[in-house]
Design a protein around this ligand. Structure first.
Ligand SMILES: [Zn+2]
Length: 241
């Protein structure tokens, strides 16, 4: 009998420890894709005002990355990094990784890493899959190059217990889904984390992906007013056991 009681106490203790290891409620990760010029000129100052962290997944989106009306320059990207934001890897040419050989994927990722190195931007350790397309056979390549997280789409909350670190799901914001996004924030509890993907605000290169400043600001104000912890992908690892 004494052994049964002891075993019961041990199991109770183990379940307490497990629940204590859950991440806190109200954690939201902000991610921004495709190096839109608005990330530098509009988004970053607004995030600073609220004290929010964020990850910017950059690439040299063909064919007109050099158009600095549409896209950030590498100088702008460096400024984001110096402001404390994380720079993540979205591949050099924004190519689906299932269309690449292992060697081509390495050169796509390493191009962005070299740019970062030249500008003294910390080496990216997170990547976002172009077009949200994953390829399980490429995970060893990501690991080998030092990546610890990778983000997909999917429009559901991230559960670190069940979703792998290379398949972190996100909700995609656009000009028309403000209420859906605000409703999604409610999922950030019980060990779940809400990750947002945002493109340009507005996105002058890709109309369909654009978000309006009004929608974006309403969502950021909601997070601030409701005391959410808003962080980059890099900072998220500090909340997950
Ligand atoms: Zn993209």
């Amino acid at each position: 009998m004494a052994r049964k009681i002891l075993l019961g106490l041990l199991m109770l203790n183990a379940s307490c420890c497990f629940s204590q290891k859950k991440s806190p409620d109200k954690i939201v990760v902000l991610t921004f894709d495709d190096a839109s010029q608005s990330h530098y000129s509009y988004v970053a100052p607004l995030l600073k005002k609220y004290g929010f962290g964020a990850t910017f997944y950059v690439c040299e989106y063909p064919p007109d990355f050099s158009d600095t009306v549409k896209y950030m320059s590498w100088y702008d990207i460096k400024q984001l990094s110096d402001m404390g934001f994380e720079i993540g890897n979205h591949t050099w040419h924004h190519v689906r990784i299932d269309h690449l050989s292992n060697d081509s994927l390495k050169s796509e990722l390493r191009y962005i890493e070299r740019k970062c190195d030249t500008l003294k931007i910390p080496k990216p350790t997170s990547m976002a899959y172009p077009d949200y397309v994953t390829d399980a056979t490429k995970i060893p390549v990501l690991s080998l190059l030092g990546y610890t997280t990778a983000r997909v789409g999917g429009n559901h909350a991230y559960n670190p217990v069940y979703d792998g670190a290379f398949y972190i799901p996100s909700f995609t914001m656009n000009a028309h889904n403000e209420q859906e996004i605000i409703d999604a924030f409610a999922f950030a509890k019980n060990g779940h984390i809400v990750v947002l993907t945002v493109h340009g605000v507005p996105d002058l290169a890709h109309d369909a992906l654009s978000t309006t400043p009004a929608v974006f600001e309403n969502c950021m104000k909601y997070l601030y007013d409701n005391h959410y912890i808003v962080v980059s992908m890099r900072a998220l690892t500090g909340y997950i056991k």
